[in-house]
Design a protein around this ligand. Structure first.
Ligand code: CP3
Length: 349
């Protein structure tokens, strides 16, 4: 099957397909018993990300059960700070912990020397998965956007208010710009290396885009994303780039148009009919079922799915969730979700 016939890539190229292709953010993960088994074998989460045999296996697990149209490399957005030499651990039930970079004086703790060596196993995972992909399935590479990665690097982990990273960005705009510039540069290298290893599309996750007011949003979300897209496109004009500016709200249209991304992923708050009129008229869109509807299942899930398909399946569209699959998701519900998407051409009437 030629690349242009892979439904996921066709939709990213602007084609309207009878049945929309689908994949799910965090489609590999703890809701799957077979993931939990491999995770246990690996020991730590970082070891799992850096063991190509195991990371490749968990990348492919959801496809075997549910037949998604795309696989997403199993790794994490925080492997970029790891590649820069920042200490990273994942504590059970608490999420990631990093040795926080609290001001510009601490940037010297980071170094791009050795970045590719530290992450060589990630590229090996991409090569392995690319060789093992089922027919018609595309492989997605990814990175976090500089802003979102900086959030974790400065805060030292997750946060509700993100006051440390916002404080640093507002107090010392130049110092913070140096961190963003470093992240921009290694993110370009990281995506190019994933593409060289076999990634056929890439997604930039900007999970915390939505915590910034418009001025900083332009400076710290739109501008770095625009420069990353331009640099990747210079080398690989044909590799589609999806942007996911979670929580961007009214800024999402400007984000789509100003960054040069090929498609935009919608979070759960974006009304599908608005997205059809104001975003899909420009570029393909991806999204945006509430992940908790997949935990709930049943009528609530199928009504949510149909609302999205009715609004968006008539244009270039990739079905996805508005955020990652939740840990409490019953795998059977994901199977039912896949069935609802597949049967859309008949159900549409
Ligand atoms: O299946 C896939 O989507 C591919 C793998 C993937 C993971 N994380 C695996 C993972 C991807 C694309 C990510 C992206 C990611 N990582 C984001 C952006 C998307 C989003 O969710 O907003 C962010 C913010 C992170 C950072 C991160 N990684 C956090 C905050 C956590 C802890 C919270 C949690 O869900 O555990 C992680 C850990 C993580 N990344 C897990 C997985 C499967 C769970 C770790 C485990 O098995 O113990």
């Amino acid at each position: 099957m030629s690349v242009s016939q892979k439904p996921f890539l066709a939709a990213l190229g602007g084609q309207v397909l009878d049945r929309p292709p689908f994949w799910l953010m965090r489609q590999a993960g703890r809701y799957l018993p077979e993931y939990r088994e491999v995770r246990r074998q690996a020991g730590s989460f970082v070891d799992l990300c850096l063991t190509p045999e195991l990371a490749g296996e968990v990348t492919l697990q959801p496809l075997r059960r549910f037949g998604m149209d795309a696989a997403i490399l199993f790794s994490d957005i925080l492997m970029v700070p790891y590649g820069l030499g920042q200490r990273l651990d994942y504590l059970d039930g608490e999420g990631p912990r990093l040795e926080a970079i609290t001001d510009a004086g601490q940037l010297s703790r980071l170094s791009a020397d050795g970045f590719h060596e530290r992450l060589a196993d990630v590229y090996e995972t991409v090569r392995r998965v690319a060789r093992a992909l089922p027919e018609g399935v595309a492989l997605i590479g990814f990175a976090g956007s500089p802003w979102t990665v900086a959030c974790y690097m400065v805060q030292g982990g997750g946060s509700k208010e993100w006051e440390k990273v916002k404080g640093f960005a507002y107090r010392d705009a130049n110092g913070f710009a140096a961190l963003i510039a470093l992240l921009e540069s290694v993110t370009v290298d990281y995506l190019l290396a994933q593409i060289a290893a076999g990634a056929e599309a890439v997604q930039l996750f900007d999970s915390w885009a939505g915590i910034l007011p418009p001025g900083p949003f332009r400076r710290l979300v739109i501008e770095p994303t625009r420069r990353i897209v331009a640099a990747v496109k210079l080398r690989h004009p044909d590799i589609p780039i999806i942007g996911f500016p979670r929580g961007a709200g009214l800024m999402i249209e400007e984000y789509l148009l100003a960054t040069g991304i090929d498609a935009v992923a919608l979070d759960t708050t974006i009304p599908p009919d608005w997205a059809a009129r104001c975003l899909q008229c420009h570029r393909p869109v991806q999204g945006n079922l509430d992940p908790i509807l997949v935990v709930a299942g049943g009528e609530a899930m199928s009504a949510g799915v149909d609302e999205i398909l009715r609004a968006l399946a008539g244009g270039p569209f990739i079905f996805n969730l508005g955020h990652g699959v939740a840990q409490a998701t019953p795998p059977e519900h994901v199977g039912q979700l896949a069935g609802l998407i597949r049967s859309w051409p008949e159900r549409r009437g």
